[in-house]
Design a protein around this ligand. Structure first.
Ligand code: XMP
Ligand code: MG
Length: 172
């Protein structure tokens, strides 16, 4: 892909089984609570779709994009959510991410969600590079803990390519 070589890492069956486990836990934990899922685009679209199909409880979903820009003041980078048009107050919110690497993105973004006073706020991520953690986060639902190597497929891209792959591949 582009200039780099990737090798198979997680099969479609492994991914499906891991997502079923997460869905089972969520179905159990949120029974009667009607959670609101917030899927962080682009990478999480496939995971969000497959996870959502496996939910048997009443639930809602919305999709956002995170945009990072340099603050006009001295505060450095600021992250805003584009497309977050649902009020979070008193809601049980679950953020859906494709991958948590250093944790920086969510570390910066979660305070914005807390600010809206959700009843509860949890994170579901398909992949977690726990070795790469720089910004500690409590991850509530994790599909796979993976080594600190670049991965593509199943929604994740390398420079725009690879999102359509049913499996996940690791940089050789
Ligand atoms: P942080 O470090 O903020 O990173 O937790 C999260 C974002 O970085 C991207 N990312 C990857 N994308 N393969 C990808 O295709 C990877 O191995 C990878 N590691 C990090 C991703 O956009 C994620 O949301
Ligand atoms: Mg992402």
């Amino acid at each position: 892909m582009h200039d780099k070589s990737f090798e198979p890492y997680l099969t479609a069956v492994q991914i499906d089984q891991a997502i079923q486990k997460l869905a089972d836990q969520i179905n159990n934990d949120y029974s009667g609570k009607r959670p609101l899922f917030i899927s962080v685009l682009n990478g999480s679209f496939m995971f969000a779709s497959d996870l959502f199909k496996k939910l048997t409880i009443e639930s809602e979903i919305c999709f956002i994009k995170l945009a990072s820009y340099k603050g006009t003041k001295s505060t450095g980078h600021v992250i805003t959510a584009i497309g977050l048009d649902i009020d979070l107050i008193h809601r049980h919110v679950i953020v859906i991410e494709d991958i948590v690497d250093t944790g920086k993105t969510l570390h910066r973004f979660l305070p914005k969600l807390f600010h809206q006073q959700p009843h509860s706020l949890k994170i579901a991520t398909l992949l977690h590079k726990s070795e790469a953690t720089e910004y500690p986060l409590k991850l509530d639902y994790i599909g796979f803990d993976i080594p600190n190597k670049f991965v593509v497929g199943y929604g994740l891209d390398y420079d725009g390519l690879g999102r359509n792959l049913k499996e996940i591949y690791q940089l050789v």
